[in-house]
Structures are given as C-alpha cells and as structure tokens.
Design a protein. Structure first.
Length: 202
C-alpha cells in the first residue's frame, strides 16, 4: 500500500517523530504520552504514525537506542585506558554510569515509572530481553575477560564479574530507601569503591 510519501518525506517524518518522542517521553513518560501527542507536532494523522512505528513502545526503544549510541563512547572510555588498573577503571566506569542515570531525564523517567518499564518489557520476548542483556554486557565484557585471564579480577567467571559491575547501577532506584539525596551519593560512592575493590585481585 502506497503511503503517498517520498523517501525524503518518510525520513523527515521519522526523524521528527523521534525528536518529538524524546521530548515527550522525557517530560511525561511513555504511559502518559499519547499517539496524538506524538503526531500533532509532526503534522500527521494518528493512523499515519503506524506507517513509521508499530507502537509507542517501538518509538521509545528507538529513542533509547539512539541515546545509548550517543552515550556509549563516553561510558566505556575508562576501559580504553591501558595504563589504569582494573580497580580504577571499574570505579571510573561506574561513577560515569551512575552520574548519567541520575541526571539524564530520559533514563530517569524510565527507571522511576514502573509502568513504563513494564510496558517496554512486555514489548519484548524473553529471547529479546536476554539479547538486550547480552548486548549491554558485550560493551565491556571483553575487558573483564582479559583481566580475568590475567588474574587481575576475582570471580567464578568473567560474565558474573561483569554482571556484578553492571548491577551496581540499580542502586539509583533506591535513593529514598538510602535516606534521600543527603546520604545517597556518599553511600553510592562507597558501594562503587567497595565493589571495585572486592572484584580486584590483590
């Protein structure tokens, strides 16, 4: 079925939907953003949205994927520094990751809204969720594997070590449980240092 759009039109509309989605998802979250909210700024009908994305969730995932591509070089930069020991690298990586989670409005909106997070999970099969987990580990797992082989980090296997590093990021979900902003950051930094020290072989 012909959409009546040229290739240039389709590319422009898709990019405008992504831009509108990012702004609205940051401000209101996935659940509270309607299709009309997304299409009005772009000047297309609600039904036309589905020529570009299967659902709001699909658009949100596109926005998140692009955000990940933007952030990745900075987040993994500590692993590229060959002169640093594993403990320092882990601390630097986790500090950058936590800073980004705590200040990035798109990520914060997703993490603080359980309904949004569940909607995205429901949009994936179990196999897709596992593939996403493996992809997130793949960015720094090779460095952990090299440390593991060199005896520089401790753990039953490299993937478990990598998972332990990644799990620290979940601490940001419990800011209130840790006494709020007044004590959270000090606690966060202490946990980062303790995990890095605990995973690093003497």
């Amino acid at each position: 079925m012909s959409s009546g759009f040229t290739d240039a039109d389709r590319e422009r509309i898709r990019e405008e939907l992504v831009a509108a989605g990012r702004e609205l998802f940051e401000r209101y979250g996935l659940s509270k953003t309607t299709i009309a909210d997304l299409t009005d700024p772009v000047g297309i009908a609600n039904g036309t949205f589905y020529q570009f994305f299967d659902s709001k969730e699909a658009l949100f995932l596109e926005v998140l994927d692009r955000e990940g591509e933007r952030l990745l070089p900075e987040l993994v930069a500590p692993f590229e520094r060959e002169d640093d020991d594993p403990e320092a690298v882990i601390v630097a990586f986790l500090t950058r990751l936590m800073d980004e989670i705590e200040t990035n409005p798109l990520i914060r909106q997703l993490l603080v809204d359980d309904d949004d997070l569940q909607r995205l999970r429901n949009a994936h099969t179990d196999a897709e969720l596992e593939a996403e987990r493996q992809q997130s580990l793949a960015y720094f797992l090779p460095y952990v594997e090299a440390w593991y082989e060199a005896g520089a980090v401790d753990g039953p296997d490299p993937e478990t070590v990598a998972n332990a590093i990644r799990a620290v990021s979940l601490l940001t979900l419990h800011t209130d449980d840790l006494g709020g902003d007044d004590t959270y950051r000090e606690t966060r930094d202490l946990v980062i240092e303790a995990v890095a020290r605990g995973l690093t072989a003497d």
